[in-house]
Ligand binder design. Structure first.
Ligand SMILES: Nc1ncnc2c1ncn2[C@@H]1O[C@H](COP(=O)(O)OP(=O)(O)OP(=O)(O)O)[C@@H](O)[C@H]1O
Ligand SMILES: [Mg+2]
Length: 264
């Protein structure tokens, strides 16, 4: 209904957006620069941000940019997995054969990393939703990443998560892990102008070039969403549905306020 009403070729704010189509706002550009720096420096990077700020899509874009000739990437999306599961997945991604015991896997992972390094390939290991990692996992990772008596950083480990990740790592027991963090970035929300750009970008991808939201509606989208991309998207879609149901050609303030009662 939205599509026909507003002349769109598909629904906007699609979750499966191609990484090339992402809206390049300063928050994403700065993260990209830091990821590139971390890629060369290696070691541990922390990426935090409120839910829906675009951490996972930015990481998806970074992973897509890595050439398979020089990088081997292991992306672990569910940080609630047990230590054994995480070891198993890492081991497989690094080319190791299945092993039963933790110590065997540990050895294989370390050997796998060393072999890849010899072949001129750098492993990039990413734990998404790392705020859910169990405390013991930070120690495991620190020990696992200890190469040649801690004298080398052959890989890049990126922990992605909500701000609670930092609170968890602030505990004194995690000091040794924290001291090894070489790069940090906190994804900010978008400001008003960026939020407007974000909405226009998604609408353009869906085939709409003319204005669809009134100025007041756009301003209200920012106020109600706090500039968080996921919230902007659901508010905008709900407001568009309201407007379509009301037979309107533009989405106004009234529809955004009605949408915010449902969404936020
Ligand atoms: N730069 C962008 N361009 C286009 N869409 C974006 C952009 N950033 C975020 N989005 C959209 O916003 C939504 C939320 O993004 P994402 O899932 O990456 O957030 P997140 O920070 O990983 O959230 P969570 O903490 O809940 O995992 C997605 O649907 C995504 O497509
Ligand atoms: Mg995410």
């Amino acid at each position: 209904m939205i599509q026909a009403r507003f002349g769109l070729k598909c629904l906007p704010f699609d979750k499966s957006i191609a990484t090339d189509d992402l809206y390049r706002w300063p928050g994403l550009e700065e993260l990209t620069v830091r990821l590139e720096m971390a890629k060369s420096a290696r070691g541990i990077m922390l990426l935090t941000g409120e839910p829906g700020t675009g951490k996972t899509v930015a990481i998806r874009r970074f992973v897509d940019s890595l050439s398979s000739e020089h990088y081997v990437c292991c992306y672990l999306p569910l940080a609630t997995v047990t230590i054994l599961d995480a070891y198993g997945q890492l081991n497989r991604a690094l080319g190791g054969v299945d092993a039963r015991s933790k110590s065997q896997m540990f050895e294989q992972i370390q050997r796998g990393v060393a072999e890849l390094t010899n072949q001129g390939k750098q492993p990039v290991i990413i734990f998404d939703e790392a705020d859910l990692l169990k405390s013991a996992m930070f120690d495991e990772l620190r020990i696992l990443l200890n190469f040649e008596m801690d004298s080398k950083d052959p890989l890049l480990l990126i922990l992605v998560g909500q701000p609670q990740l930092l609170a968890k790592l602030a505990l004194r027991i995690h000091l040794p892990f924290r001291q090894r963090v070489a790069m940090r970035y906190r994804m900010p929300p978008m400001d008003e102008e960026q939020t407007r750009g974000y909405v226009d970008h998604h609408l353009k991808l869906a085939g709409r070039r003319q204005k669809l939201f009134t100025d007041e509606a756009m301003m209200q989208l920012f106020v109600q969403s706090g500039g968080v991309p996921r919230v902007v998207g659901s508010l905008a879609l709900t407001a568009m549905t309201e407007a379509a149901l009301g037979g309107k050609d533009l989405v106004g303030l009234e529809e955004v306020i009605a949408a915010s009662r449902e969404v936020v």
